[in-house]
Design a protein around this ligand. Structure first.
Ligand code: NDP
Length: 263
C-alpha cells in the first residue's frame, strides 16, 4: 500500500484526506492518505522518510520550509520559493506548487471581468498566486499587515503596501490570502480599508474554505460575486493527485471522484 499525508499546523480542518481517499478508492488504487500535525517544519524530510511516504501535501505554515527540503524543483516552484506537494521518486523528493494552477483555474472559471487584482496577505499562498496571475497577464498588487514578508514581493517588482502606506484604488478582484478568519473571526485588514476597496471592486475571493469568513461576509454586503477557497482546493488537489499517480489518470477522471468530498 502506498502512503500519503498532509503536513500542517493546524491540520485538523483539512479536507485533503477525504478528497484523496475518495479518489484512491474510486479509482481502485491501493493507497491511503492521512493527516500529520507537524509543529517544526524543518522535520518534513525526516518525517516523510520515517512514515514511508510516496507523496505529501504541505499546508500552513510549512510551505516555504518544504521548498527547502526538496531534492528537485520545477521551474515555477523555483520562481516562487514555496511548494505544497512532494512526490518521492527513486529516493529523491520532487517539489511542486499546485496551489497556483489550482487558484488560476478557479479564477478563470469564476468568469468575471478581471484585469487588476489586490491580494491581501504575503504568505506562501500569496507568493504562489501573485506570480501565476501576473504570468497570465493580470496586474497584481499586494497588501499585508506587516512589512517583513513584503520584501520578496518587492524583489519581484510587485507594488506592495502595508496598512499604513496603502493608496487604495479601483481593483477588479480582491483576494483574501491571509489566514485571518481561518480559526478566528478577524478581518484580514482594517474594516475601513476593506470597505474602500470592496465598494469599487467587481468580485471577491477568499482562499479559506468550508466556512463563511468575516471577509466573505463583508464582500457579500457589497453585493459582489464571491467565491471561497473550495474550487482552489479541489483543483490543487486534482493536480497533486495527477503527480502522486504519475499522470495515470486524466483531470476529469480524478475530478469525478474528488468532487464527492464537496457534497
Ligand atoms: P502563511 O502563514 O504563509 O501566511 C499568512 C499570511 O496571513 C501572512 O501574510 C500574515 O500576515 C497574514 N495574517 C495572518 N493572520 C492575520 C490577521 N489576523 N490579520 C491580517 N493578516 C493576517 O499562510 P499561507 O499563505 O500558507 O495560507 C494562508 C491561507 O490560505 C490559510 O488560511 C490557508 O488555509 C489558505 N489556503 C487555502 C488553499 C485552498 O486550496 N483553498 C490553499 C492554500 C492555502 P503577516 O505577514 O503580517 O504575519
Amino acid at each position: 500500500m502506498k502512503k500519503f499525508t498532509i503536513f500542517g499546523n493546524p491540520v485538523s480542518h483539512s479536507k485533503s484526506p477525504l478528497m484523496h481517499n475518495l479518489t484512491f478508492n474510486g479509482l481502485g488504487e491501493n493507497s491511503k492518505y492521512s493527516k500529520t500535525l507537524l509543529e517544526d517544519g524543518s522535520l518534513i524530510k525526516s518525517k516523510f522518510k520515517e512514515l514511508g511516504l510516496t507523496g505529501a501535501n504541505i499546508t500552513v505554515p510549512h510551505k516555504e520550509e518544504a521548498f527547502k527540503v526538496c531534492d528537485e524543483l520545477d521551474s515555477f516552484s523555483k520562481k516562487v520559493g514555496v511548494i505544497n506537494t512532494i512526490v518521492q521518486k527513486d529516493g529523491k523528493l520532487y517539489g511542486y506548487n499546485t496551489d497556483a494552477p489550482g487558484f488560476l483555474k478557479a479564477v478563470l472559471l469564476f468568469n468575471q471581468d478581471i484585469k487588476t487584482v489586490l491580494i491581501i496577505g504575503a504568505g506562501g499562498t500569496a507568493k504562489a498566486i501573485s506570480v501565476v496571475l501576473r504570468d497570465e497577464g493580470y496586474d497584481v498588487e499586494i497588501l499585508n499587515r506587516s512589512s517583513a514578508r513584503l520584501e520578496s514581493f518587492k524583489q519581484k517588482d510587485f507594488k506592495t503596501y502595508t496598512f499604513d502606506n496603502f493608496e487604495p484604488k479601483k481593483y477588479d478582484l480582491i483576494v483574501n490570502s491571509t489566514s485571518a478568519g481561518l480559526q478566528d473571526d478577524y478581518l484580514p485588514a482594517p474594516k475601513e480599508i476593506l470597505e474602500q476597496v470592496l465598494s469599487s471592486a467587481k468580485s471577491s475571493i477568499d482562499v479559506i474554505y468550508g466556512k463563511e469568513t468575516p471577509y466573505l461576509k463583508l464582500s457579500k454586503e457589497y453585493n459582489l460575486p464571491t467565491k471561497d477557497g473550495s474550487d482552489m482546493l479541489l483543483y490543487q488537489g486534482i493536480i497533486a493527485f495527477e503527480k502522486f499517480t504519475n499522470h495515470k489518470y486524466s483531470f476529469d477522471e480524478i475530478e469525478n471522484f474528488m468532487k464527492e468530498a464537496f457534497i
